[in-house]
Design a protein around this ligand. Structure first.
Ligand code: E4P
Length: 214
């Protein structure tokens, strides 16, 4: 199970990377806009810190523009994965980019057939958005499970990134579903380490240890 960090914030990325358990980073235009930095400089810095796959999204909505941006972005670092939205134009771009060996992450996936189309086009990753589906009363994790089943049935090598995670339970469900990756905001990553019984247990161990030395 790979864990990606879903942020463009360098402090968060550095802190998470220090733990040694981060396998990549995903960004999107909204996350990048929050940082108020030059896009390319920021993405380069993220790649230098993480040294693993970093998703950077195109802004064009037409195939030719997406391909042009993708080629520019993939020149920034060997770690770049070009994020392409799930549209008819996006699928055409993914097909062409996969032929050129450019890694792609097909984003904004909300139904299983969108994932199937992206896999057939040769996407390296697909990103089903579980939280945004849950937000409107749908079952986001059911989408993930269905994609896992389809990809297994036909041995697609496309990896599934569970995206738009809202809480630790999404991470647990992602791990149980057989998805390859979950991408999490820093707040959720931080919650991985905490349990009140761990704190209580550690305090008790240390107190008992002190008794040995009195
Ligand atoms: C990741 O690839 C997505 O951009 C991200 O998880 C979206 O999350 P949100 O629905 O919380 O904006």
């Amino acid at each position: 199970m790979k864990i990606f960090l879903d942020t463009a914030n360098l402090d968060e990325i550095r802190k998470a990377a220090e733990t040694g358990i981060i396998d990549g980073v995903t960004t999107n235009p909204s996350l990048v806009a929050k940082e108020g930095r030059d896009f390319r400089d920021l993405i380069k810095e993220i790649c230098d810190i993480v040294q693993r796959p970093v998703s950077a999204e195109v802004i064009s909505t037409e195939t030719e523009g997406m391909i042009r941006e993708a080629m520019e972005l993939s020149g920034i670092s060997e770690h770049i994965v070009v994020k392409i939205p799930m549209t008819r134009e996006g699928i055409r771009a993914i097909k062409e980019l996969s032929g050129k060996g450019v890694k792609t992450n097909c984003t904004l996936i909300f139904n299983p057939l969108q994932a199937l189309a992206a896999a057939k086009a040769g996407a390296t990753y697909v990103s089903p958005f579980v939280g945004r589906l849950d937000d409107i009363g749908h079952d986001g994790m059911l989408l993930v499970k269905t994609i896992v089943e389809i990809f297994r049935n036909y041995n697609f090598s496309t990896q599934i990134i569970v995206a738009s995670a809202r809480h630790p339970l999404h991470v647990l469900q992602a791990a149980l579903s057989g998805a390859h990756i979950v991408t999490v905001p820093y707040k959720i990553f931080d919650q991985f380490f905490n349990h009140p019984l761990t704190d209580i247990g550690l305090e008790r161990f240390l107190k008992d240890w002190e008794k040995l030395h009195v």
